[in-house]
Design a protein around this ligand. Structure first.
Ligand code: NDP
Length: 480
């Protein structure tokens, strides 16, 4: 059995114990035994990152560019192989997984460039002769805590800016999917990261995650995952004086109005609601449809759903891979049952038989729902979407905003004025017009409002707001 160690201070080290990483398409397929760090080992990783910060924070932009550019090239060159590993451990389809790895490679390339573009600002002082300059400096040791649904892209979009701006890193990947992050860290190490600059500690959130969040030697924490865990981490970071950034859930609306192009709307909803098994924080989980197009839209969507093939993530022709694990599968089924009890009509949503032991669930569409139902208020995180029928666009907008979340929102319309009105008035960090609520560019800011996010945006040049701190200098040139 392959054994995969933690990476601390430039060395691969055995964990306190190990844990098996299983393929959700085939539970008889064990990807490997992955180290589980304990509290002491996590503290070793943090101490190594602290020591390495002294030099890495003073490294030249060229050194940081070279490291990230090289890592990006290797990720892109190995994207088919790494995509296969990712599909095997997380369960998204092979094309989706290869796409995710490609995105991780592009992120490294982008932040290689950002290391050179960091720049600063200068303003004339209000005082005679004085100059005021704003420069950016790294924060220190960054703790990264990542979820299971994007096993390489999310670690990439946190590690790359952290290193680009001169910080050092301790990363804890989700316990369910450590393999892709393990490969990513190995690539960064082999690309020439000095010892201690990047450290990997695999294991449980309640052990490793807690040790990172509670450590006085960690300067900042970037987290993606559930609202409950995120808020608990935020409170601890505040108590220990850390900067923190939280990316949490969504209950993303997709509005379809009477003048929408039906084919565009159906494709946007199939993609947004069901691809990646609906396990995306940007998934379209609420389809808000005006009454003039409602019946035609629902019929067309159901017909398209029937043609979706659910199965092994690695098999040719699979559109929807398995749910990530048994706990998530039970959560999806529980919500489908709740929707039924609340009066929703459920199409699909049954378990799918396969030749392997896996967590296969047919996509579910719940019609006849209202905005007040639990199924429309809580994040399911599976291939489950609801339809809420509304009178007109204005009611649709009100329902879209009637949520504690605010990550992504979409509208399908052929009217420029409705699209413009929606873009201005929907309460979300990202707005999509005639395209799925999920699926974003790697060089543009990502994040939400309300209960979905806390702190500065991730990705693109906006990432520097989190990963750097600003220094303002006042320079008096003296008498001339
Ligand atoms: P969590 O929020 O519990 O986990 C996210 C990360 O936080 C994981 O690395 C986890 O470790 C870690 N963690 C857990 N507890 C702690 C802690 N006390 N201190 C520090 N770190 C901790 O999400 P789950 O994976 O349990 O998924 C549960 C639900 O969260 C899903 O059903 C879904 O609704 C939502 N979710 C949302 C995501 C998003 O992108 N918005 C992504 C994933 C999940 P470990 O893996 O070891 O538990």
């Amino acid at each position: 059995m392959n054994q995969f160690d933690n990476y601390i201070d430039g060395e691969w080290v055995r964990g306190a114990t190990t844990s098996a990483n299983l393929n959700p398409s085939n539970l008889d397929d064990v990807i490997g035994e992955f180290a589980q760090a304990d509290d002491a080992q996590t503290r070793d990783a943090i101490a190594a990152a602290r020591r390495a910060f002294a030099r890495w924070s003073l490294s030249t932009p060229q050194q940081r560019f070279d490291l990230l550019d090289q890592a990006g090239s290797v990720i892109l060159a190995r994207k088919a192989e790494l995509g296969r590993l990712l599909a095997r451990e997380e369960g998204k389809t092979l094309p989706e997984a290869i796409g995710e790895v490609g995105r991780a490679g592009q992120i490294f390339k982008f932040f290689a460039g950002e290391a050179l573009r960091i720049g600063g600002e200068s303003v004339p002082s209000v005082r005679p002769g004085m100059t005021v300059e704003m420069t950016r400096e790294p924060l220190g040791v960054i703790g990264l805590i990542t979820p299971w649904n994007f096993p390489i892209a999310i670690p990439a979009w946190k590690i790359a800016p952290a290193l680009a701006y001169g910080n050092t890193v301790v990363i804890k990947p989700a316990d369910l999917v450590p393999a892709s992050t393990w490969e990513l860290v190995k690539i960064i190490a082999e690309a020439g990261a000095p010892a201690g600059v990047i450290n990997l500690v695999m294991g449980r959130g309640s052990v490793v995650g807690e040790a990172i969040v509670n450590s006085p030697d960690v300067d900042a924490v970037s987290f993606t995952g559930s609202v409950a865990t995120g808020r608990a981490i935020g409170a601890k970071c505040f108590a220990t004086g850390k900067k923190f950034q939280l990316e949490m859930g969504g209950k993303n609306p997709m509005v379809i109005v009477d003048d929408a192009d039906l084919d565009v709307a159906v494709e946007a909803c199939i993609n947004g609601a069901f691809f990646s098994t609906g396990q995306r924080c940007t998934a379209s989980s609420r389809l808000i449809v005006t009454e003039g197009i409602h019946d035609r839209f629902v019929d067309a969507l159901k017909a398209r759903m029937k043609a979706l093939k659910v199965g092994d993530a690695l098999a040719d022709g699979t559109h929807i891979g398995p749910v990530v694990d048994d706990r998530q599968l039970q959560q999806d089924e529980r919500y489908i049952a709740v929707a039924r009890e609340e009066g929703g009509e459920v199409f699909g949503g049954e378990r799918v038989e396969a030749s392997t032991r896996g967590y296969f669930l047919a996509p579910a569409l719940v019609t006849n729902t209202t905005a007040a139902m639990r199924i429309n208020r809580e994040e399911v995180f599976g291939p489950v979407a609801t339809v809420i029928k509304v009178k007109d666009y204005h009611e649709a907008l009100a329902v879209a905003n009637d949520t504690e979340f605010g990550l992504s929102a979409g509208i399908c319309t052929t009217s420029l004025s409705l699209a413009s009105h929606f873009r201005r008035h929907v309460q979300a960090g990202m707005v999509m017009v005639n395209t799925a609520t999920a699926g974003v560019d790697y060089h543009a800011p990502f994040g939400g409002r309300k209960g979905s996010s806390y702190g500065p945006r991730e990705q693109g040049s906006y990432a520097r707001e989190f990963y750097t701190t600003v220094k303002t200098s006042y320079i008096n040139p003296g008498a001339v």
